[in-house]
Ligand binder design. Structure first.
Ligand SMILES: O=C(O)CCC(=O)C(=O)O
Length: 257
């Protein structure tokens, strides 16, 4: 796997993200695709609104809940765990962070056909004490990602504005008019390409309008100097927060966001 060159470093600083084409070897992507399929089959009986690692999105045509993401995924997948902590993956994240990188969060998003997609947001929550400011995400498409299947859309250069949430709001979602569509960059990626973006880069995604899933890993890391390895603590806090936010209402148990 190649690393980040001078031009890409400059692009990253300017835009808040960088795309590296052909970074992951084809055989490794095939292994991740097989693993994504295996998890769906072998965990089928555990995919439920009562399982805190599962989230759902509405079908844009019927409103029916569609299973969308395992978060976390590394602890149920030795293959994905090994990928997330592969020496070359950690190296490229360390290049971006300027120091050793620690895995913080790991999601396998399936985005099945007709899943709604994500409203505009920044990944670092405004009001979450201890959430690392050095949070950066490595996006690894398993299937091609494009405008038809609801690729992630990043807003170029907008990380420099800091938090965009209005005072007193959670920041999820952000108001659509806090960014300009002329700054939007749709991540058109092939399996093997990766994108790395910072936690303050506003982003969103549209529904998957194709007939197949759009699978991708979203692996997030923090700089070692900002608390070291915090993944276990993060998931304890995250799941506690999800339990608190769950009401008697069926939709809150489905965790549609
Ligand atoms: O996969 C997508 O459609 C977008 C995912 C996203 O924005 C996120 O996980 O923060």
């Amino acid at each position: 796997m190649p690393g980040i060159g001078v031009e890409q470093s400059a692009q990253y600083v300017r835009d808040g993200f960088v795309i590296l084409r052909g970074f992951v070897p084809r055989e490794q992507i095939a292994g991740l695709a097989d693993e994504a399929t295996r998890l769906l089959v072998e965990c089928a009986n555990h995919i439920s609104p009562d399982n805190l690692r599962c989230r759902f999105q509405p079908d844009v045509e019927t409103g029916e809940p569609l299973f969308e993401v395992f978060d976390p995924v590394c602890d149920i997948s030795p293959v994905i765990q090994a990928f997330a902590e592969d020496r070359q993956i950690l190296e490229v994240m360390s290049q971006v962070l300027g120091e050793p990188a620690c895995l913080f969060k790991d999601k396998l998003i399936y985005k099945p056909a007709r899943a709604k997609g994500y409203d505009l947001h920044q990944d670092i929550p405004l009001n979450w004490p201890g959430f690392p400011r050095t949070f950066h995400t490595l996006l690894v498409p398993i299937d091609s990602m494009n405008q038809d299947n609801g690729c992630t859309v990043l807003y170029r250069g907008q990380h420099e504005r800091g938090f965009l949430a209005l005072p007193g709001t959670s920041g999820f979602p952000l108001p659509d008019d806090c960014v300009r569509e002329e700054d939007a960059v749709a991540l058109d990626l092939l399996p093997g390409d990766i994108a790395i973006f910072g936690g303050l880069v506003p982003h969103r995604s549209a529904p998957n309008r194709t007939n197949g899933p759009r699978r991708a890993l979203y692996l997030s890391y923090n700089a070692e100097s900002e608390g070291g390895s915090m993944r276990d603590r993060h998931y304890r806090e995250f799941h506690e927060w999800m339990r608190r936010r769950t009401t008697g209402d069926a939709n809150s148990r489905l965790r549609f966001w």
